[in-house]
Design a protein around this ligand. Structure first.
Ligand code: NI
Length: 187
């Protein structure tokens, strides 16, 4: 299983590389990697397993964070409303691509965090508030999905990872909490 020791941290050159597209059909090894990445996220959100293995909770993970420079990401976003067990989105995405996005921008009121960054970096991270995304699943089937707000922000954070971009690259250096008036701040 994947643990925090497998995750590389900021400063590692792989986090700054543009990752390579996977060739379809993907290999068995790549398929297993995708499954392991999703399982890591589920484990990290399970209080007992997370404590036992010292996992920091995460909702997204990209292969470059495991020092594997490939365009493969996993996301697992639990439902926010109480009593709803269904995750909002839970998927392994091969070669994900944002094909269109809103003009409207949004950022999270709490800022962002990253499993590859062992420190708090305060500041707003402006992103597109809505995106249309295509990706292949592990079986090679093409998906097209529209996402908004939090899930859209998580996906953009992960797609940044496969392009060598860190979330704090988007933060205004002089005024971390300064954003344009038309950027929606969401919680
Ligand atoms: Ni990250």
């Amino acid at each position: 299983m994947i643990t925090m020791e497998d995750i590389i941290r900021e400063g590692h050159p792989t986090l700054r590389m543009v990752a390579k597209e996977l060739t379809l059909p993907i290999s068995e090894e790549e398929k297993q990697l995708g499954k392991d990445m999703l399982q890591f996220l589920k484990n990290s959100q399970d209080p007992e397993i997370a404590e036992k293995y010292n996992l920091r909770a995460g909702v997204g993970l990209a292969a470059p964070q495991l020092d594997i420079s490939k365009r493969l990401v996993a996301v697992h976003i639990p439902g926010i409303e109480e009593g709803i067990d269904e995750p909002i989105i839970s998927a392994v995405m091969v070669n994900p691509k944002i094909i269109s996005h809103s003009v409207q921008s949004a950022c999270l009121t709490e800022g962002e965090g990253c499993l590859s960054v062992d420190r708090e970096v305060p500041g707003y991270v402006p992103r597109h508030s809505r995106i249309t995304l295509t990706y292949f699943d592990l079986e090679g089937e093409l998906h097209k999905t529209r996402l908004k707000n939090y899930p859209a922000i998580v996906i953009q954070h992960e797609i940044d990872h496969i392009n060598g971009i860190m979330f704090y690259d988007h933060i205004n250096k002089e005024h971390p909490f300064k954003i344009d008036d038309d950027v929606k701040v969401i919680s």
